[in-house]
Design a protein around this ligand. Sequence first.
Ligand SMILES: C[S@@+](CC[C@H](N)C(=O)[O-])C[C@H]1O[C@@H](n2cnc3c(N)ncnc32)[C@H](O)[C@@H]1O
Length: 187
Amino acid sequence: MFLNNVLEVSQIFLPQFSFPGMVAVDATAGNGHDTLLLSRLAGKEGRVIAMDVQEAAIDSTRSLLVAEAEFDNVELVLDSHANVKSYLDGQNLQLAVFNLGYLPGGDKSITTNSNEVIKSLEDLLPLLVSGAAVFVTVYPGHLPGQKEAVALEEYFSNLPQKQFSVMKSLFVNQKNSPPQFFIINKR
Ligand SMILES: C[S@@+](CC[C@H](N)C(=O)[O-])C[C@H]1O[C@@H](n2cnc3c(N)ncnc32)[C@H](O)[C@@H]1O
């Protein structure tokens, strides 16, 4: 067993919060790797809403799903996760994944920002069922990511302890501001 990066660690945890038939959100579809994993975990009866602001990301995610998905359970949405509420139809939520930053191999100027992430979380957190979780990976190695990480940690630190457990994880011996990931768990 090797722990290489926080994405791999988050993928160890994701199945623990998942069950067939769940409703899940991939708030940053990108190249579709998280969407594909959520699709597998949600199964035939599940529902996955995968959002991105870039057509290139939605196309890339669609191609991956066509090639590898086992279930037809993903809705691809070209819109900001700040508007996620309008796509959930009030449904309760088991899992949401925010893998922040820019599209790998894409335009680095199109990146997530904490205001939109917090707007999205404000709408998603009340929909979480007990035992549900939101995974957030941040990349402080680039300047916008550094600002985003500070603002989000401040927001997470102020979530009420009686309602949420919030865990932070990072490799403390990696150089150059390594990625961090947070799990917000609804109590
Ligand atoms: C690090 S990538 C995501 C990687 C992806 N989860 C994967 O598995 O390949 C971050 C993505 O967030 C998208 N993004 C930026 N701002 C966004 C917003 N407000 N709403 C939704 N997606 C956004 C970017 O276009 C980019 O594709």
